[in-house]
Design a protein around this ligand. Structure first.
Ligand SMILES: NC(=O)c1ccc[n+]([C@@H]2O[C@H](COP(=O)([O-])OP(=O)(O)OC[C@H]3O[C@@H](n4cnc5c(N)ncnc54)[C@H](OP(=O)(O)O)[C@@H]3O)[C@@H](O)[C@H]2O)c1
Length: 259
């Protein structure tokens, strides 16, 4: 059978023009960098976040973007708002960790929030955006997982479990979406310097800074760069999994810190 020669190069500038993108948790860190990168490549971007002030600040930094006040844990609101976007590129990024307490010692109330955001929030976002993509026979859904879903670490129990769940959602959805034309990606970063640790340590900035000290962590823009590469590949290519580490991070527990 004769094969049509494939283009060697698929310029991202063209690929994202005309696309409608949703980034959950787009007001900070990785989500904000992703929203900026997608907008810079021509996508029409909707930034979703809970806090109206942070949302306005994010929108001011992304020309042409619009905002949606959304807690991904709020199922009725997700069901009402997300289908109206008709997004064909969705980045399920909203997520958090709270504390590094042992599983037999920590707060169940805090862990409920982590589960509600990191698992239920992803399920809500998926369920209320992907049907549009299926109806169009194309689209990209991106899970933001973590290396924590692949390697547990002390004090990470519930957070690691939620990210392992995200990985299983990705695996199962690949099978569910067979023959629909919708592509799936899970991007699993190691250490990225964002507000993540400040949130985890309940606002303790010094403790958060110590996490990254001497580690030369990934920047949010590094994750955005990899994500943009993946979603701008030609339609017959599906980059399914990206695991990216800070170069000094050999595992979730082994870090080469230097002064
Ligand atoms: N930083 C890392 O080292 C790292 C590594 C691997 C994976 N990740 C993952 O990357 C994702 C982004 O984290 P980040 O590092 O960029 O942290 P971040 O700077 O704290 O950003 C988290 C974002 O999620 C939003 N968010 C939190 N709960 C939400 C909810 N219920 N509904 C809607 N939005 C919510 C936050 O905004 P509001 O609080 O204003 O709503 C914020 O915009 C998370 O899924 C995280 O698990 C991070």
């Amino acid at each position: 059978m004769a094969r049509v020669p494939l283009p060697r190069h698929n310029p991202a500038m063209l690929a994202l023009q005309g696309r409608t993108a949703l980034v959950t948790g787009g007001t900070s860190g990785i989500g904000l960098a992703v929203a900026k990168a997608l907008a810079a490549q021509g996508a029409k971007v909707c930034v979703a976040g809970r806090d109206p002030t942070r949302l306005s600040q994010a929108l001011a930094a992304i020309p042409g973007a619009h905002g949606m006040e959304l807690d991904v844990a709020d199922l009725p609101r997700c069901a009402a708002l997300l289908p109206t976007l008709r997004a064909d590129l969705v980045v399920a990024n909203a997520g958090l960790a709270l504390g590094i307490d042992k599983l037999h010692e920590g707060s169940c109330e805090e862990w409920d929030r982590v589960v509600d955001t990191n698992i239920k929030g992803v399920v809500h976002s998926f369920r209320h955006t992907v049907p549009w993509m299926v109806s169009q026979g194309r689209g990209d859904f991106v899970f933001v997982g973590s290396v924590a879903g692949r390697q547990a670490y002390p004090g990470g129990s519930v957070y690691c479990a939620t990210k392992a769940a995200v990985r299983q959602l990705y695996e199962a959805a690949r099978l569910d979406l067979h023959q629909t034309g919708v592509r799936l990606l899970t991007i699993d970063p190691g250490m990225v310097e964002t507000d993540f640790s400040r949130v985890r340590f309940r606002g303790d900035a010094a403790r958060a800074a110590a996490v990254y000290a001497g580690a030369d962590p990934l920047r949010p823009e590094d994750v955005a760069d990899a994500l943009v590469y993946a979603v701008t590949r030609p339609p017959h290519v599906n980059i399914g999994e990206i695991v990216m580490w800070a170069a000094r991070q050999a595992s979730t527990t082994l870090l080469d810190r230097r002064p």
